[in-house]
Ligand binder design. Sequence first.
Ligand code: B16
Ligand code: MG
Length: 221
Amino acid sequence: MVKAVIFDLDGVIVDTAEWHYFAWKDLANSIGIDFSREFNEELKGISRMGSLEKILEHGGVAGKYSDEEKIELATVKNTNYVQLLTQMKPDDILPGIREFLEQLKDNNIKIGLASASKNAPAILDYLKLTDYFETVINPDEVAKGKPAPDIFLRAAENLSVPPSECIGIEDATAGIQAIKEAGMFAVGVGTKEVMVEAGADLVLESTTELDLKSIKREFLQ
Ligand code: B16
Ligand code: MG
């Protein structure tokens, strides 16, 4: 039986990839690294420091910065990103998400958030969605980031629901891998081939297709 749904945030509830893109591009360009939209795709679901490491590697300067300097660089990016977030409004919620959250609430399904973003609580507030979530995991409080299952397992634990009765929803390959490692049913939002390859049990092209009845049907199969 489905007892809980655990959401990813960026790319599922709101499309922040574009906002991350501008903030990372500014930072990368300021230290002489080219930064494309295509490369930005590779950072989806990856933590802030993990993303910075990938960018430095991509620019061929992985060994050039000390740990302290890397923290400074990540802080510059985040300050920029947080400033962009102040423009975020409930209108930015991806289509179908609020309706799906209402459906879950009406059916007494528990709701959790497993986002790699440390800005998740602020984003939920800007979107006025905080009250739907019974647990929002702080990514700093789990040992390993996605694709490790830790963040999804912690959410299930906080909701007191066994992983086998949880659904995870993700837009990133690393996130789908994390859900499957956690022993949960994975709903992937995105391109069919990419999501199936990552291990998704059900693939939706868009968040407008989220519907409890159809998910339950697939879950039982
Ligand atoms: P922050 P998710 C992830 O969120 C994003 O997909 C990823 O691009 C970002 O680097 C990461 O959060 C960390 O975000 O810098 O705000 O802590 O997709 O797991 O909700
Ligand atoms: Mg995501």
